[in-house]
Design a protein around this ligand. Structure first.
Ligand SMILES: [Zn+2]
Length: 114
């Protein structure tokens, strides 16, 4: 395999490059909220909340979370996401049930039989 070097010359205003992934937790940046956090503290918004804002003095002094702490934070996010998912599903099922009850009251069927 051949290694080729490519030089890129950019003219005009250059916007700072925002990485695709957080350098702290390795999660993908997903929104402008992450980009804004990156511009402030060079990590995603979740990491800003979990690590920077929790102890800004240490962060500013260069202290970074251990891999174990990052793993715990990732697990916490996963649990939160799962909880949110089930909350949404149960809300949807509940409103679906409510729609069906309303339809029965009005005497309409939501799903026409064969
Ligand atoms: Zn992060």
């Amino acid at each position: 395999m051949m290694n080729r070097r490519v030089n890129v010359v950019v003219h005009g205003d250059v916007k700072p490059i925002i990485p695709l992934f957080c350098e702290n937790c390795s999660e993908a940046f997903s929104s402008s909220i992450d980009v804004e956090a990156y511009e402030r503290v060079k990590v995603c918004r979740q990491c800003e909340l979990a690590f920077v804002e929790r102890d800004r003095m240490s962060w500013n002094a260069g202290v970074r979370p251990t891999p174990v702490a990052i793993n715990e934070e990732l697990l916490r996010r996963e649990r939160l996401e799962t909880a949110r998912y089930y909350a949404r599903i149960s809300r949807e099922l509940e409103s679906e049930g409510r729609d069906k009850r309303d339809e029965r009251k009005r005497g309409v069927r939501s799903d026409p039989g064969p």
